[in-house]
Design a protein around this ligand. Sequence first.
Ligand SMILES: Cc1cc2nc3c(=O)[nH]c(=O)nc-3n(C[C@H](O)[C@H](O)[C@H](O)COP(=O)(O)OP(=O)(O)OC[C@H]3O[C@@H](n4cnc5c(N)ncnc54)[C@H](O)[C@@H]3O)c2cc1C
Length: 554
Amino acid sequence: MSSAASSPARKQSKPSFARGLFAGRVDEDLIFPYPRLDGDEAEALDMVLAEFNRFAGDHLHGAEFDTRMEIPQEFIRQLGELGMLGFTVPEEYGGSGFSTGAYCRLMQAICRYCAATATVIGGHQSIGIKGIIMFGSEEQKREFLPRMASGEWIGAYALTEPGSGSDAAAMTTRAVYDEADDVWVLNGSKQWITNGGFSQVFTVFAKTPAEPGTKPTQAISCFLVKRELNGVSTTPPMHKMGIRGSNTVDVVFENVRVPGGHLLGQQGRGFKMAMEILNTGRLSLASGCIGSAREMIDASVKFALERKAFGHAISELEMIRHKFALMMAETYAAEAMVYLTTGLCDRGGLDFSIESAMSKTFAGEVLWRVVNHAVQINGGNGYMSEYPYERFLRDARINMIFEGTNEIMRLYISMTGIRDAAAAATAPSLTRVHRALAAEAEAAAVMTRTFAGAMEQTVARHGKDLPARGYVQERVADAIIDLYALLAVLSRCTARLEAAGEEGAARDITLTRLFARQARDRFERNIALLAGPDDELLTAASEVAYKDGGYRLT
Ligand SMILES: Cc1cc2nc3c(=O)[nH]c(=O)nc-3n(C[C@H](O)[C@H](O)[C@H](O)COP(=O)(O)OP(=O)(O)OC[C@H]3O[C@@H](n4cnc5c(N)ncnc54)[C@H](O)[C@@H]3O)c2cc1C
């Protein structure tokens, strides 16, 4: 039998910070003080980023990669030499051993230049290698990690199939064990696999035989499949709206004989492993969104301060100010949320899956709004390919689709958290927020209590129907996303106030105040809509389209 049985049993994760909010609890010890990289790691990261920015200035031609719809293998090899492809691989396996927090800051820096390059690195490191680091046996780690950390072997994560995307457990790829030869025989096909056209190692999820009555999610296993094996083939690269430099192909497995020793983790635990791998993948995706958003803000500010209209710099016009105000406050909040969550992740032993799903959802949608404002602020220039805005817009759109669509994120956030729903007798007291933010802290405490009470009512109102109540799931998720974002902003701004005093933190305070108001207003609206005043109308309106086969009104 294969070696999978030897991999260490996984420790049960503690409940997450966010699940406490569903019961009206704010575990301040988990979010204060605002997490920072430790001194040595921060210093090492600064050096890596300085070297990366030098390299990128000369070699990272995002617009050219976009036009060519390809990133040269030579460039990817250079990323390997720079240590970008083994950043989070433990040092004993040839990597740099950086934390998730440091890795996310690297992805943020890369996305200031090119989201396609970040997609190649993410497909390899965030999800292509991650399974081996998390679940690999010592043997597997020794065999795969050093060559993947150097970039000699590029990784890819193969879960999606033509018939199963969001509903991943409906996959049809199968693996059957051949005891005589100690191999698994793999058959099936995977769709839209990043790096699939040139990766040497695929992390593949497939159905394996299981006892009758086993849940589909417990009949999935994970395999490390080398491209060199007979029966592995890929399609030519696909043309896409954005991240055009990245490589996306379909992969076919025809009677591929996978050595027994390349079953990753325990048989039947593949679905859980697939989801746990995505928890960190979603964080690096989210931090990439922050990088692109900051780049769009910087470029647009430069234009708005110079561009004259009606005798004024357009930056002075209130409608333009309004856009910048939202871009700044939302990016500040998304950044606060992402790095609060990497802090939770790097603590170890905590379940950060809901927080990671919220970070991916919020940061992806913030970027979409920010880049859309940037295109508008730049007017015609925003639409022209000689400027970066239209490329950034096209690149940004994928963040709401891959690594779990934002609808699936909202479903996961709401349905996982609501299991802990319980009204709180009193509003939690936020004792660790700086006194300069007392009003915002009070608002967050009241929002937490309101949220917990509303969750208990929601369970009482919908009970077993909840899994089918998508309208409710959306509002629950949006309400807690705004609450978690506000708490992250309060933690970040408090740290700034403690470090620099009110004067030094004036900018943080301004953005915190604006975000707090906007988040509270959206939150209250979502809580009010939980009773479903519009739901019948929403369903009826969608039925008009379905019954008519589209928009047929004259
Ligand atoms: C450029 C690109 C790169 C990719 N790279 C990879 C990769 O490297 N590895 C990999 O495995 N996959 C990859 N994917 C696949 C990606 O993860 C899937 O496209 C994604 O999970 C969505 O699946 P789908 O496209 O089949 O959409 P569906 O699952 O068919 O969804 C269609 C729509 O229905 C919605 N929907 C579905 N179920 C629900 C529900 N229960 N409630 C509410 N709404 C719902 C979805 O949100 C979506 O809006 C990539 C895709 C792209 C486009």
